[in-house]
Design a protein around this ligand. Sequence first.
Ligand code: ADP
Length: 768
Amino acid sequence: MIKTKLPVIILRNMVLLPLGELKLEIENEEDKEIIYNAVNKHNGYCLLVTPKYITNDNLNTSDLPNMGVIGKITSNIVLPNEHIRINIRGINRADIYEYIQKENILDAIIGPIKIEDISEEENDACLRVIKKEFANYVNVMPNISNMIITKINEETSLEKVTDIIVNILPLSFQNKYLFLTTINPIVRGNYLIDLLVKEEKVERLEKNIETDLQKELDKSQKEFILREKLNVIKKELGDKDSKEEDIDEIRKKINNLDAPKNIIDRLNKEVNRFETIPFTSPEYTITKNYIDTLLSIPFGEYTLDEENLDSIKQVLDENHNGLEPIKERILEYISVKKLTNSLTSPIICLVGPPGVGKTSLAYSIAKALNRNFVKISVGGVSDENEITGHRKTYVGAMPGRIISSIIKSKSMNPLFLIDEIDKMGKGINGDPASAMLEVLDKEQNKTFSDNYIEEGIDLSNVMFVLTANNIEDIPYPLLDRLEIIELSSYTEFEKIDIVKNHLFDILLKEHGLTNSVTISESAIKYIISNYTKEAGVRELRRVLSTILRKIAKEQVNNQKKINITSKEVKKYLGKEKYNSINNEDHEAGVVNGLGYTPFGGVLLPIETDFYDGTGKIILTGSLGEVMKESASVALGYVKSNLKEFKINKKLLEENDLHINALEGATKKDGPSAGVTLTTAIISSLTGTKVSHKIAMTGEITLKGKVLKIGGLKEKVIGAYNNGVDTIFIPKTNENDLEEIPNEIKKKVNFILVDNYKDIYDKIFLGDK
Ligand code: ADP
């Protein structure tokens, strides 16, 4: 075996493969000495080794590999900076037997590399596949020189072919290292095949992307050239280009705009910028949209308020039946606002169950004041940005709903209705309630800042009106700034009045039936109790519309006068939806309580029964914690007065008492069912029936004292609409009776109670 000694050049993160070339620039003296040594003493031959890992600057011979590539220095030039530039060609892989370090020179004893025998067939098969894959690769890499392609095609040695190809592929250091150190040509060949296939795919993909890009570029270049040509042609013809026209138009609008200085300055700045933005830039549309949005804000546009209170009242009366105290308060509010022109006057919030006319009243106020009307609903809004807008950088950014609505309203002083303020979500993205505060607060809304607009906008002339179903759900800081005007449920009588005096005429007009259709009062009553169940009149309106639609259809070809009676109602609406309420006698143990839901007041009957058991109490019917406690208090009170209530003690000890609140789907809570629970327990245990026309409300203490409750008006209206004629209420609620409509006061007997004994005496001792 021929062994020889050659000077070693250590390559860092570089590989020289056989048949490859390497250019190096040598600057340090030790390396220069190696080069001189190779050139002068070894005919230019040297050994190039690449350590797999470079751990530090001072490599030990033990860190060096046991194979390298014999290289021949084909040129060496001393550069003006005294560096030496050399060109080395790789010749062959070689095994390294030993490294010899002598002073600064590192030599290695090397011999030819040992290659396992491979069969001719294996060699040829591998060679063929490589050449085929290489041909595919060349198809996507047209810049590979013909000389190399020919050389590869003519080469019959697998070893050489792999090395030639690997040398022209754009490989990472790791891949090159793998090829250098893989001695077996078949293994190396297989690596190469994989690599060629992969490279070809990557190249193809890159090509596709490039072609697509090129197409896009070509298109925009073409467009650009065409536009330029068009501009030249237009100039020749004395026309202007469309962007120029846009800019002229914008500048004209700015000049005519009656906007505050900050807005005019901002617009001018944006237009100047817009002028420099090329049509192809995404900034073009963003800036144009921004300018258009700013210009669409109705700066300087104000409607003149109607100041005559009589005319205002007239419009309110035209649109809404009754509601006198509410209309009065609205007029007061308007006069105070006018007199003081106050920036601090609170904001009206109309509170009440659905369908009682909150929205339509707000609309009516707008009409009466001669203000434009806009409405947004903030129910469920949990993202602050929905109110205050998204920044311009956000894709598809727009102003928030406040500014968008101002734009829609076409004036800077519209009546702006914000619906469902009590149903605003708790923010995941910021707090919509605090954004709302900024909108409503007179101190802050003089310069309301929308994230998209970025400039302060004066909202202080906007008249905000809010609506809510439930005061308790209005965020407190907001509530503090509001003037609450409560609209309560309508009584049956009020509903009939609304239909007779307002709704029916409006609906006749809408259906083109004016003068040909009338409706009897009993029919209205029949509809209210059998086809609707609501605090307001929305459902009633819908049902009447249905009837009129059907009549209109019948009358298309056959006009004749018609009076709607209950018979017609049944004919047009089909089966009754709700049974006439509360006309069945109660069994012992069932007593009417009163509830207050967002949909108005309701009757909440409590039923009590007992069965064999051990004195347990069972509570069902979606009761909240407070109501459960209230049931325990009621039972406690009954237990401590068994004698007086003529109840056998054993009955309670040997039975379980089951208390169930009817209307199981409605959640019930609060202490106000105390007296009802007590009465139901006594009624059940004594077997005494309580009339279905009696209802009661009041909290009870263990000693039987009856305490004040809330929402009396709604509860009473609910009870009255359900046919109740006697209502026990706490004495402490006496003042609330003032609010109860006279119609109800005339027909319902209110019994004020201080202690439960008052109820007991009336019900169980035969007063009632
Ligand atoms: P809300 O906003 O309280 O839910 P709406 O304002 O939508 O109620 O009222 C529902 C319908 O009932 C509207 O068509 C409205 O005109 C009518 N309405 C409610 N109250 C009255 C009333 N007092 N007089 C005349 N129409 C009324």
